[in-house]
Design a protein around this ligand. Structure first.
Ligand SMILES: [Zn+2]
Length: 272
């Protein structure tokens, strides 16, 4: 399996000289196996991916964790959405309130010049109603579990042959306000996972001011990865203020014998 990062940043795009290395685009990850592709989230990183996908006419599958702006805001700039009859299936997570068409409706007000009804692709929004196990989506086996995040949403794992990759973003592992999945349930969900992409927006020092915001600290993500006996942890959803230098330092300070820790980097592909 291959995991490629097109957007690694949480909350808001952060271009600038301090984010050149790890990237400033918001959430978008491509998971591939045997030429089958699943796109997770449609933050601003999906624009670049769209340029690549526009070179052919294969069906496209997008799976959304939730509808916050940093997970849908790139879609109006996703070139395949403007390709005539291009099949695009969008799996939309349950949120509170339930708004499965939010990714399209963001184009339907005064905020974007092209209304979603003018998109010429064959776009099909498929509502996901709850957690699920082993659903075949575009030829890959996907399971989902609820995230601990304001307005809710889902995390996913993708299995192919004997490898498993999990995409867990916007998740406050020890949430008091939005606890849908407790620590033990996370460990159980992740126990067969080889490579975990997990929200690690904050440091432990920053965390007390961010309680209830729906994100985890780097150390909390590491503790979960160790409890689930993960081999590779990829830190994701970097805080907008987080600089390349800080991420480099965190990573060099943190290497453990039994767990490889990587900071997600825009444009980088990881083989699992
Ligand atoms: Zn969010």
């Amino acid at each position: 399996m291959k995991v490629t990062f097109y957007g690694t940043r949480g909350s808001i795009p952060t271009p600038g000289e301090t984010t050149v290395k790890y990237g400033g685009n918001t959430a978008c990850v491509l998971i591939e196996a045997d030429n089958k592709k699943l796109i997770f989230d449609a933050g601003t990183g999906i624009k670049k991916l769209g340029e690549e996908l526009a070179l052919n006419n294969e069906p496209i599958t997008i799976i959304l964790s939730h509808n916050h702006w940093d997970h849908i805001q790139g879609f109006p700039f996703f070139i395949p959405a403007y390709q005539k009859n291009r099949p695009i299936n969008i799996y939309s997570a349950p949120t509170q309130p339930v708004e499965h068409n939010a990714i399209l409706e963001q184009m339907d007000m005064s905020t974007f010049p092209v209304p979603s009804k003018d998109l010429t692709a064959d776009i099909n929004v498929i509502p996901l109603m709850n957690e699920f196990k082993n659903m075949m989506i575009n030829g890959l086996c996907v399971s989902a579990i609820k995230i601990n995040h304001p307005n809710g949403g889902l995390a996913y794992k993708v299995s192919h042959k004997n490898k498993v990759v999990a995409y867990v973003t916007d998740n406050e592992i020890h949430s008091k306000d939005n606890l849908n999945t407790d620590f033990d349930s996370w460990v159980a969900f992740l126990t067969d996972v080889d490579c975990l992409v997990h929200d690690a927006q904050y440091t432990d020092l920053e965390m007390p001011l961010k309680l209830g915001w729906g994100h985890s600290s780097i150390d909390q993500a590491i503790k979960l990865a160790k409890a689930a006996k993960i081999k590779v942890l990829i830190l994701y959803s970097h805080a907008p203020e987080r600089t390349d230098k800080e991420l480099d330092k965190f990573i060099s300070d943190m290497q453990l014998d039994d767990l490889q820790i990587i900071a997600s980097q825009e444009g980088k592909t990881h083989e699992v």
